[in-house]
Design a protein around this ligand. Structure first.
Ligand code: 13P
Length: 257
């Protein structure tokens, strides 16, 4: 089985003030000790520019992007604005936005394409509710989300990552079984193959939802888990860096194109 270089991305959600820039610095500095892993922090948009200046060369990202290039969209942030502020990536389609902001698959696809069009890397989130999981519909829900929200052509596999985040695992301390994660990531991989051909084998698939230092090693050893999207445990270096270390400890990670 081919193994991809792991990506461990933190999603700070609506956390982070100027006083937290010291933590960004600590995380970037300590992540430098694991050059075999790609590490990124997606911070609130208003903090991106200061975070990017604080840690040159370290990947700072946004958490959402508007689909339009510019225009009358009060309160929104365009892809060029993110790039201009120093971001190198952005999350799109997080379940908290799909839910609270009523974002559809088509919206998420347009956002992903907008980010890619200016050269941002994109982490595209998918995931099922507990009700759908319990109803045996998890895989069909997630593959349906992918069908509706995957961007068109890719320039390279490295610019896109998929984050599988079961909604019921986010911030709850509950995680799917190893077999459930393996089944879902295999289904996502198959969809990526169908859509992107050979490149589909090299798009990274991250797991997200209650990833902590204590469960990261086991999660990273599952087939087709190429990293993690981490919420709560990404806010402090003391919680986050052990997750990066767990990714570094997984055997056989090879560079992606
Ligand atoms: P937690 O790691 O806090 O469960 O959050 C996961 C998440 O939503 C990352 O985007």
């Amino acid at each position: 089985m081919m193994s991809l270089r792991k990506l461990v991305a933190g999603n700070w959600k609506m956390h982070g003030l100027s006083s937290d820039l010291a933590e960004v610095r600590t995380i970037a500095e300590q992540a430098g000790g694991y050059p075999q892993v790609d590490v990124a922090l997606c911070v609130p948009s208003i903090l991106i520019e200061r975070a990017a200046r604080a840690v040159p060369g370290f990947a700072i990202g946004g958490q959402d992007v508007h689909h339009a290039e510019k225009g009358a969209h009060t309160g929104c942030t365009s892809a060029l604005m993110l790039l201009d502020a120093g971001a190198v990536l952005t999350i799109v389609g997080h379940s908290e936005r799909r839910d609270a902001q009523r974002e559809s698959d088509a919206d998420v696809k347009a956002k992903a394409e907008s980010g890619l069009s200016v050269g941002l890397n994109v982490i595209l989130c998918v995931g099922e509710s507990l009700e759908l999981r319990e109803g045996g519909k998890a895989v069909e829900t997630v593959t349906g989300q992918l069908d509706g929200s995957l961007p068109g052509d890719l320039h390279s596999a490295a610019e896109l990552a998929i984050a599988y985040e079961p909604i019921w695992a986010i911030g709850t301390g509950k995680i799917p079984t190893t077999a459930e994660i393996a089944e879902m990531h295999a289904a996502i991989r198959a969809r990526l193959h169908d859509r992107y051909g050979a490149d589909g084998a090299r798009v990274r698939i991250l797991y997200g939802g209650s990833v902590k230092a204590m469960n990261a090693g086991e999660i990273f050893s599952i087939a087709n888990v190429d990293g993690a999207l981490v919420g709560g445990a990404s806010l402090k270096a003391g919680d986050f860096i052990p997750i990066v270390a767990a990714a570094a400890a997984v055997e056989g990670a090879a560079p992606i194109a």
